[in-house]
Write a protein that binds this ligand. Structure first.
Ligand code: F6R
Length: 367
């Protein structure tokens, strides 16, 4: 694929009609705004026994990022819930964070209803919808974030408040300092990967054109687990291509066998390895051996290096590059990155089934 098109502002504008690229360019500002929004959070819940984040797609990923970031900091277990109901252990001592950008996602509303029934400690993050309507009437604490964006582009508004909210509750520390480092780094990354930077000096444009017509398989590890998941989601929704994600070292116990007999099919994929100067030695050797192996089996391999010192800076810097890459790939493929017509079709088709109405009826009965 010719990456020249990525250096042509008129062509970019003609394809990226709703300006998804602007969210990447403004990443530092948006994450900063996420922090300002978080400053409004007021919660007076006691220390929970466990934490559940309930959200789907572009809203759920914030929960996974939080889980990875908090792994070595948080003393209580944390889980992301993508079901209509919460796990059996959820109860009065569970803190449930419901995140739904639209506030109208069926599964998230179902989890909200279940959390109310189980008398969990609930906090909602959303731009509105039925979620905030009911939260307001039921006096459930919430944070209203600005609307009008594609949910996946609103990650800074959904993830940062969760992170700083936990810090406010005294459950984790260091989030604010890590965010300061991240914002500086994001400013630089956005400049380095901006549309004005020619493809010859622009990492994300180059990665997008390298992935080209293949389906990317994103390999993460440790703090880059949810980052790999985010790459996959952004390739799906922005670039409109199939993609998958896996993590070390689990992928060394199954995934690699899948490429053994892939033959010609292997050439349809490319492997994107998330790397880090400070990756643990046991992971480094696994990545190197795996890279060699998949290369021999016909896959092309690329690397993205995490940047920065703190865990948050490493995660957000890598995400920013993935977001840019997925949008550039959409432009290369001539598809508008913003619309997600299949998701919308499915949501509409689900509405006819009446499940959402039932959840809303039950919520209304609780007023
Ligand atoms: C669309 C997107 C989707 C939504 C998901 C849940 O940009 O990213 O994955 O995030 O369908 O909807 P919300 O976020 O409104 O709860």
């Amino acid at each position: 694929m010719s990456k020249q098109i990525l250096d042509d502002p008129e062509k970019i504008e003609a394809i990226d009609k709703s300006k998804m690229l602007s969210f990447c360019v403004n990443a530092a500002r948006l994450y900063g705004e996420g922090a300002s929004l978080a400053a409004k959070i007021q919660v007076s819940y006691p220390t929970p026994d466990n934490i559940i984040i309930a959200g789907m797609g572009g809203s759920g990923i914030g929960g996974d990022l939080l889980k990875d970031w908090a792994r070595n900091k948080l003393e209580v277990p944390i889980e992301v819930n993508r079901e209509y109901a919460l796990p059996q252990y959820a109860g009065k001592k569970t803190l449930v964070l419901i995140t739904s950008y639209s506030g109208d996602t069926e599964e998230s509303l179902g989890a909200f209803l279940d959390a109310l029934k189980r008398k969990c400690m609930i906090f909602c993050v959303s731009s509105g919808g039925a979620l905030l309507e009911h939260a307001e009437r039921l006096r459930v604490p919430f944070l209203r974030v600005p609307g009008g964006m594609p949910p996946r582009a609103a990650l800074p508004y959904l993830f940062i408040p969760l992170l700083l909210g936990l810090e406010k509750m005294g459950l984790v520390s260091g989030a604010s300092e890590e965010l300061s480092e991240s914002l500086k780094l994001l400013g630089k990354i956005s400049k380095d990967n901006a549309p004005e930077k020619p493809a010859t000096e622009n990492f994300s444009k180059t990665l997008a054109s390298n992935v080209g017509k293949t389906a990317p398989v994103v390999y993460g590890f440790g703090i880059y687990r949810a980052v790999a998941m985010r790459y996959k989601q952004q390739f799906n929704e922005n670039s409109k291509i199939p993609a998958k994600w896996e993590v070390f070292s689990e992928l060394n116990h199954n995934e690699i066998v899948g490429w053994e007999n892939a033959g010609e099919l292997g050439k349809s994929f490319s492997a994107v390895f998330i790397r880090d100067e400070e990756e643990p030695v046991e992971i480094r050797t696994r990545i190197e051996i795996t890279k060699e192996l998949v290369g021999k089996l016909g896959l092309r391999s690329y690397e993205v290096q995490g940047q920065g010192k703190s865990v948050l800076a490493k995660m957000l810097s890598t995400i920013c590059i993935g977001d840019f890459t997925s949008v550039y790939l959409a432009i290369l493929r001539g598809v508008d990155p913003t619309p997600v017509k299949t998701i919308n079709y499915l949501k509409d088709a689900r509405k006819r089934n009446g499940v959402r109405e039932k959840i809303l009826e039950e919520l209304a009965k609780l007023h």
